[in-house]
Design a protein around this ligand. Sequence first.
Ligand code: 13P
Length: 260
Amino acid sequence: MRRPIIAANWKLNMLRQEAHDFVVAFLSELNNPTQDASLDIVIAPPFTALDATRQALTASNVALAGQNLSFESSGAFTGEISAEMLRDAGCRYCIVGHSERRSLFAETNTDVARKVRALLEADLQPIVCVGETLDERESGRDQAVLAAQLDGSLEGLEPEDTRNLILAYEPVWAIGTGRTATPEQAQATHAFIRNHLRAGPLGDQAKTLRIQYGGSVKPDNIRTLMAQPDIDGALVGGASLRPDSFARIVRFDQPENTPS
Ligand code: 13P
């Protein structure tokens, strides 16, 4: 049984006071966030709001994540943040290889693999993102692209690392566009990813790997996505910026008039 994991990726948003106010409102929306221990809830603020978010989350079971890190551990790397620094700031997870970092900041699969290794060595859990562009999907290259991203980004991984690893399938064409993959499309791709890793580095441990879906996840589509057998959670951008909407997502809420 894979435990669901729902994560907020705040991207380049939220000043410290805004992060604090979000958490206060979010925890009150959930009533008692410790009551449902069957779900992992994660928030990934920008670095500058990590501490304010951590303080506001004290006494809840909501975990903290970084959005990026350096694969270097220390030294003359101006502007970088190490895995140990993230752990020191209270993080348990870190997003790696998000498509925005791959496309806007030229992050390669080799960089991602080094970051994954740095996180695992620091006892942090990487949330490794993969996803194809619309052009890659429409030209039938989506599986080849995903396979190359998986092989490159997870190079050197051992089956026992699966326990601390989370994968996120985020089709680039669904990120911030309002165009979600259908539950069937997402399920088919999640099953492909799991089978690919099962045949490769993870072996049977791939059955226990948690795979999140990301890309225009909203309160009104979370339930049908989560009903798919290989979808184990969600990585949420825009809809995680409001406490009421993120609370509805972690409760898998739907509007009252939407048939389930
Ligand atoms: P949206 O939910 O805004 O589409 O963003 C998804 C995402 O990139 C999460 O990492």
